[in-house]
Design a protein around this ligand. Structure first.
Ligand code: AMP
Length: 145
């Protein structure tokens, strides 16, 4: 069975190009369409309303920077704008919801070795697995030293 539509989620960190590269090769091999998503986490969620400040201009700035980075990563693989998704929300929820909306049959996320406390805190990949209705592939990508 070949996958028809692959949604790859990127955090826009140093490993994102590697995650897209693996998903792109997989999509070529399967003859699948590739979509790329980044979720901008709302600062109001990150700080839980603890700080009484208006974050809207900082949030806009973060969104614009994320748009530029997503464009650069996708342009490098000739992934068209219609297949790039920049959304606001919790990554694990947004990734699963977008996969459903697109009718994607595979989600690709990055995964890295976790140690100590991080092991207990879980990961986005675990969250996606929990929420997703389709297959989820976690690809290991090397982090630069
Ligand atoms: P983490 O568990 O946060 O280390 O992230 C593991 C993987 O989850 C990343 O390599 C991405 O594939 C995905 N991910 C994490 N954060 C985001 C985000 N804000 N938007 C989209 N995907 C994300």
């Amino acid at each position: 069975m070949a996958y028809k539509k692959i949604l790859v989620a990127v955090d826009l960190g140093e490993t994102s190009a590697g995650v897209i590269d693996k998903a792109h090769k997989l999509a070529l091999g399967q003859g699948a369409q590739i979509h790329v998503l980044h979720a901008v986490e709302p600062l109001s969620i990150t700080y839980g309303g603890d700080i009484p400040m208006d974050f809207s201009s900082i949030q806009d700035e973060i969104y614009e920077q994320a748009r530029d980075q997503l464009s650069r990563l996708c342009a490098a693989k000739a992934i068209p704008e219609s297949q790039r998704h920049l959304v606001v929300g919790r990554p694990e929820n947004e990734i699963a919801a977008t996969a459903s909306d697109l009718n994607a049959d595979l989600i690709v996320v990055g995964s890295h070795a976790r140690f100590g406390l991080a092991l207990l805190l879980g990961s986005t990949a675990d969250g996606v697995l929990h929420h997703a209705k389709c297959d989820v592939l976690a690809v290991r990508v090397a982090e630069p030293d």
